[in-house]
Ligand binder design. Sequence first.
Ligand SMILES: Cc1cc2nc3c(=O)[nH]c(=O)nc-3n(C[C@H](O)[C@H](O)[C@H](O)COP(=O)(O)OP(=O)(O)OC[C@H]3O[C@@H](n4cnc5c(N)ncnc54)[C@H](O)[C@@H]3O)c2cc1C
Length: 347
Amino acid sequence: MNTDVLIIGQGISGTWLSFYLEKNGIDYFVIDQENPHTASRQAGGLINPVTGRNKVKTWLADQLLPFCMTAYQQIGDYLGIAVVESKAIIECFTNPEAAALFSRRVKENPQYLEIPNANPIQLNLFQNCKELGLIKPALVVNVPLLLSQWRAKLRGLGKIGEYNFDLNHLIETDKGFKYQHISCKRIIFCDGATIQERNISTSIPLAPTKGEALILKIKGLPSSYVYKNKLTLLPLAETDYWWVGSSYEWAFEHTRPTSLFKEQTVLALEKWLAIPFEVIEQRAAVRMGTMERRPLVGFDSPEKKWGLLNGMGTKGCSLAPYFASQLVENMIQGSAIDPEANCTRFQ
Ligand SMILES: Cc1cc2nc3c(=O)[nH]c(=O)nc-3n(C[C@H](O)[C@H](O)[C@H](O)COP(=O)(O)OP(=O)(O)OC[C@H]3O[C@@H](n4cnc5c(N)ncnc54)[C@H](O)[C@@H]3O)c2cc1C
């Protein structure tokens, strides 16, 4: 089989890269070994315009929010499914100081922050909730649905090999590469945490972090909002099911869920929610980031044979579509990749 681009990985990065290649009529083939314990399969799917206690605008928020809304609607239309919803995030303040701090941030960032005139939900759903703040717009992506439906599409098109890619069997040729029965001009790695297993440049400051989350059943919490204190509580597509997470661990002994995270999160939820909840499932995965919290996008040389779309950290849902599009534009027109994200910054 001859193809232009061989993509390794169909997480959120490989999904978006293959979508933009498909849209632009560039031939590709994806190799992905189904693995439910990867970052994209565990993500909450939130795209939040502000970050941290200080509600600082996230990197590129003004571009990413509108770009992602359109992009997710486009891929959803292509697949005949709805994969994105715009939702406000509600913060509940238990003391006047927290509300006052948020009010000050509203003045600095009125585009995304608001103190509502009327409470959009009953305050007694939460413990000691005195006042609410709103962060909006935020987007919630149904990542499992998107990945499974895109995979089904790739199967139908005969453009996916569902097996492990072994770099030892990749042969570089004058025209590109040969991998088993596949000949391609270039190869682009969207392999998430597996990047560590390849012998890539040691000058790239990779920063893998483990994230854990719980799936809950909660009756009576309005699903038109996302709720946030230190944790994020996101409504899932199935009625009364919620995702709560996540941890951010630099040091971890293994990548599986831990009882410690479950105990701490249940305790925090008991202090936060005033209504009952039930833990249904535990999740964990490693997200690949970089020390400077910028992704790894681009090709290692002007010949554009070896490419990378990785390092999405905690923001794969917004960064992957945006930078997959830049990468494909770069291949077609030679247009620039954001220098802060271009992987050549480490050369
Ligand atoms: C608990 C948790 C919660 C998160 N919540 C959010 C959130 O709410 N919003 C947000 O924007 N981000 C969130 N993230 C971060 C987000 O999940 C990641 O940024 C994103 O999923 C990275 O996607 P990726 O496609 O680059 O990598 P991955 O998801 O790791 O995908 C890599 C793919 O490559 C495949 N692969 C790798 N090596 C091989 C090989 N040799 N052969 C075949 N296949 C291979 C893997 O099986 C996998 O399918 C969260 C992460 C975690 C862990």
